[in-house]
Write a protein of this length. Structure first.
Length: 360
């Protein structure tokens, strides 16, 4: 190898070439980052660290997760990925000290009650990950049918939840996990949304976690849940919540307020207009306090940092799985107007998601 002096512009050119190469690897390896996180969920590493009071050595983590002893060096390498990506933190590790892995605010949400491990495991389940390998092929076909999920599995997600109890449980339990987390926050920080309401129906409310949190925080609000028959059949007993089997495309049970959490983003505009028209029929006039409460993403609303913007854009791509859409304000407005509503208020108070009130 010889040597020579490079000009400054040659140096800059080569650095930017290598930066560009790095950018490609960084994007490509996003899937490895996800899979490392998935293995942390599968192995319940956060529970292991939590077991030791939130800080554990490699040997302690290894003693709590199910792995073959020959894989302990691999676990160390996995922990390096998980600390680089911020799921865990590491203390020590220099000067011959054994590293101590600590929970971060993110991995603290994977332990205890109201944890988000179940929803994250749902999103990372092969049934929902594998379809994305076919997105390139999907783009060559005319909309709408099949959606990305149906292209991979031969039936729609809702057809499969109806036929496959294990898959149904995966989806329902995932929703319960997200709902408990975000609704605890909503009733604690934004309870004004439910003040003055006598009755509320959570349309497509799954197993009813959302309605249960609201009923507990606001006992004066009579809460009910409407979902498909096979979901309602699995609803828990002994709650303050009434369960109603139905189809939101047919009708919505009457109440002062209708709640739609993570429902409209599953559907195209025409279907959303149908659902919202049925909601409008179910509630009183605006002057009498009727409203629809939506919890979903408003693309571009909320904090404007890179991570929020990226999660909103990625969620929009994710929900393409079922031909759903994450909408910006103009796209929401168009749907509300077409469904005959007179106004709306966006409250971008849930991180990457918002609460939207829509008035008849
Ligand atoms: N709102 C809940 C569940 C969201 S998942 C939550 O956020 O936790 C979407 C829900 O829509 C599922 O529970 C599914 O069973 C329900 N769903 C799908 N099609 C429906 C229909 N035609 N009528 C009523 N519910 C429906």
């Amino acid at each position: 190898m010889g040597s020579m002096e490079l000009t400054e512009s040659q140096c800059n050119g080569q650095a930017s070439l290598l930066d560009a190469q790095l950018e490609l690897y960084w994007n490509t390896f996003a899937v490895i980052k996800s899979m490392a996180f998935k293995s942390a969920l599968d192995l319940r590493i956060a529970d292991a660290v939590h077991h030791y009071g939130g800080a554990a050595t490699l040997a302690e983590v290894a003693s709590k997760v199910t792995l073959h002893p020959s894989k302990i060096p691999c676990l160390r390498r996995l922990m390096r990925v998980l600390t680089v990506s911020g799921v865990f933190a590491v203390a020590g590790g220099g000067g011959g000290d054994e590293p101590v892995y600590e929970l971060t605010p993110a991995s603290r949400l994977l332990v205890g009650s109201a944890n988000l491990a179940t929803i994250m495991s749902m999103i990372l389940h092969p049934m929902l990950v594998v379809p994305f390998l076919g997105v390139g092929e999907w783009f060559r076909r005319e909309l709408p049918d099949p959606c990305i999920f149906k292209q991979a599995h031969g039936q729609s997600l809702w057809e499969l939840t109806d036929r496959d109890p294990a898959f149904d449980a995966l989806i329902n339990d995932g929703m319960v996990s997200d709902s408990r987390f975000i609704m605890d926050f909503v009733v604690r920080e934004h309870g004004e949304v439910f003040r003055g309401i006598g009755s509320l129906v959570d349309v497509a409310g799954g197993l009813g976690a959302v309605a249960q949190v609201i009923a507990k925080a606001f006992p004066e609000v009579k809460c009910s849940v409407m979902d498909l028959g096979h979901v309602v059949a699995k609803a828990p007993g002994g709650t303050d919540v009434e369960y109603i089997a139905g189809d939101m495309f047919e009708s919505v049970p009457p109440a002062d307020a209708v709640l739609l959490k993570w429902v409209l983003h599953d559907w195209g505009d025409d279907e959303c207009v149908k659902i919202l028209k049925n909601c409008k029929k179910a509630i009183p006039r605006r002057d009498d306090g009727g409203k629809v409460i939506i919890i979903d993403i408003v693309v571009g609303a909320g904090p404007s940092d890179q991570k929020h913007r990226e999660v909103q854009a990625l969620f929009d791509m994710y929900i393409m799985l079922v031909n759903g859409i994450e909408r910006d304000e103009q796209e929401w407005k168009k749907v509300f107007i077409e469904a005959g509503f007179s106004g709306y208020k966006i409250m971008p108070v849930l991180g990457f998601r918002s609460i939207i009130e829509v008035y008849p």
